[in-house]
Design a protein. Structure first.
Length: 133
């Protein structure tokens, strides 16, 4: 593997009717029960948009349109970087296929949610986006 390549984990800010979709992690134990923006690792040869669309089909059973970036880059261990993208739903109803639950939150519920630590970096941007919508 090319150790110089920055592997990306892409996460989706899926927004519909002024609410954001949160997904509840099943593991690892220290994150189980906490809420995150769904997503996952981009595979070699995929663009971030292709990889995120694939992850959202696998995790939520939905077809999506991937938009622009939101929030800062969050450094992860092992030379990976976590990035969030604005996403809209094209088809399907989000279903927790790999999470324990999903829920839609407006800005006040988002601010009070038990988010995974990495995703807290985006909280102010997400709240501002929801309030602007
Ligand atoms: O979901 P998965 O385990 O494939 O994600 C890869 C890495 O990215 C993990 O370390 C996970 O905790 C992190 N991640 C995150 N916030 C997200 C999605 C993934 O911190 N919204």
């Amino acid at each position: 593997m090319d150790t110089k390549a920055l592997r990306e984990v892409a996460a989706a800010a899926i927004i519909s009717d002024g609410r954001l979709l949160l997904a509840q992690r099943v593991g690892p134990p220290e994150l189980a029960g906490m809420w995150e923006l769904p997503g996952g690792k981009i595979e070699p040869g995929e663009t971030p948009a292709q990889g995120l669309r694939r992850e959202l089909r696998e995790e939520l059973g939905v077809d999506t349109v991937i938009g622009g970036r939101i929030g800062v880059d969050v450094p992860l261990p092992d030379g990976m970087v976590l990035r969030a993208y604005r996403v809209s739903l094209r088809d399907g109803t989000p279903t927790a296929l790999e999470h324990s639950a999903v829920r839609w939150v407006a800005a006040p519920e988002l601010a009070a949610a038990d988010l995974v630590p990495n995703d807290r970096a985006w909280l102010a941007d997400l709240v501002a986006t929801l309030n602007a919508g």
